[in-house]
Design a protein around this ligand. Structure first.
Ligand code: SAM
Length: 429
């Protein structure tokens, strides 16, 4: 979501005549777009912000803007007091405070209609930075902003505000504009992307939106993330299976494999229900790959509760697992009501156990691809090798002197590791 927000901000700045700068210290305007989902992300933002203080002292005319979840959707006077050298504070997905500041400084003004929406960063005219035309193969399109679910550990509803689906017309306009600019793959984004349209009776469900996006010429691949288990209907899965442009990869966080922990996280499903869902996904979308998220060391998580998570992961054998150590976030139910009582060393131990298990599982899953041919959409050259993604979202490398950017080509897999695959390039798909 932050990558998508940054891209739209770049676009707005480029439309004002700014150009990307390779180093923050050489720029006239520096924007830190921040994530606070975990304490480590927040600490990183504070560290970078502090490192910019001497820069601002030396060049007071240069502009520093802080954007994103560190600022949040509500006024935060403490942040202004702590960082008086920051010129502009902008909430997530909203470039207007910065754009207005720059225009006012230069004696221009922004029309009222441009400034009255917190989501105006999503205006079609602002979606794609001119400097990226022809370079970006895969782009993110936010379709659900904010979140209203309130998992007890999660700060996002407090910082990104309540759930709001964007209109299908806006989304289609964005996707068409991206396709016209050479983008071949879009990823539809939402904290709970499968709830798309549930907040507005006039909007289609995600399955209906996928059908409409499917008709856009030039767009070859469509992905969506992140899904919540409760909202993954068979209709959505069948639509994903039926539409050739919708890729067979589903991201569906489990967070824990123990029912009591899931209850205290307020996730809204049991481990058994999640197991059934994975069965349904695999039945309806043959050859699908599945990713999940897990938090270790949630308050009160005992050894045996953690063991249930470990057991569920070894049973379900996911393709990808995004692991996090629990960190208490301000304002959340868990931070206010549950002591953070799993010691840091124990969180790390659980994290490494899951990481090691997943490394074995991913290596085994990938070994089965040896000798097979997969279709890869190539994105860029990376250390003299072309890098792309298979339909199931596997990272694939190949060597070639051709310009493969934006091409979908077959690759015969000859090497398979836990985190990526490589092989030789075929001619046509
Ligand atoms: N909305 C999605 C969901 O259903 O959970 C995921 C979005 S969240 C930005 C990405 C991941 O960050 C979550 O899946 C969770 O694993 C992790 N996360 C969120 N809050 C956390 C916390 N307080 N401590 C550690 N990890 C956290």
């Amino acid at each position: 979501m932050n990558v998508a927000d940054s891209q739209r901000l770049s676009s707005a700045l480029e439309n004002l005549g700014y150009e990307p700068s390779p180093r923050a210290e050489e720029a006239d305007v520096v924007v830190l777009n921040t994530c606070v989902v975990r304490q480590s992300a927040e600490d990183k933002a504070y560290g970078r912000l502090s490192s910019l203080k001497p820069f601002k002292t030396q060049y007071p005319e240069r502009v520093i803007a802080l954007m994103g979840c560190l600022v949040g959707v509500k006024e935060n006077p403490k942040l202004r007091d702590r960082f008086p050298y920051v010129d502009v504070f902008a909430p997530p997905s909203d470039p207007d405070p910065l754009i207005r500041y720059l225009l006012e400084r230069d004696g221009k003004s922004l029309s009222e209609s441009d400034t009255d929406s917190r989501n105006s960063i999503l205006d079609e005219s602002r979606i794609f930075p001119p400097s990226q035309v022809g370079k970006t193969v895969s782009a993110n399109v936010p379709i659900v902003l904010g979140c209203s679910h309130a998992c007890t550990y999660c700060v996002i509803p407090y910082r990104r505000g309540r759930e709001v689906s964007r209109s299908p017309e806006e989304i289609l306009a964005d996707a068409s504009q991206l396709a016209r600019n050479g983008v071949r793959e879009i990823t539809l984004l939402g904290q709970i992307v499968d709830r798309y349209g549930k907040d507005n009776p006039d909007y289609p469900a995600l399955s209906g939106l996928l059908r409409r996006l499917h008709t856009i010429d030039g767009l070859e691949r469509i992905r969506f993330l992140t899904s919540h288990p409760t909202w993954m209907t068979d209709e959505l899965l069948r639509t994903a299976a039926e539409l050739p442009k919708v890729m067979p990869h589903i991201e569906v966080p489990v967070q824990a494999g123990d029912d009591e922990v899931l209850l205290r996280m307020r996730r809204g499903y049991s481990a058994g229900e999640f197991r059934d869902l994975i069965g349904r996904i695999r039945r309806i979308i043959p050859g699908v790959s599945i990713g999940t998220d897990i938090i270790v060391g949630f308050p009160g998580e005992t050894d045996s509760q953690f063991q249930n998570t470990l057991d569920l992961l070894s049973e379900l054998r996911m393709d990808v697992v995004h692991l996090a150590r629990y960190s208490p976030r301000p304002d959340t139910w868990a931070a206010r009501n549950f002591p953070d009582d799993v010691p840091e060393a124990e969180k790390w131990r659980r994290f490494r156990l899951l990481e090691d298990l997943q490394e074995v599982i991913a290596t085994e899953i990938h070994a089965q691809l040896m000798g097979q041919t997969v279709k890869v959409l190539f994105e860029e050259l990376h250390k003299n090798r072309w890098k792309g993604r298979s339909e199931t979202n596997k990272l694939v490398f190949t060597e070639s002197n051709e310009d493969l950017r934006g091409e979908i080509r077959p690759v015969r897999i000859e090497r398979a590791g836990a985190w990526s695959l490589s092989g030789s390039l075929g001619d046509t798909v």
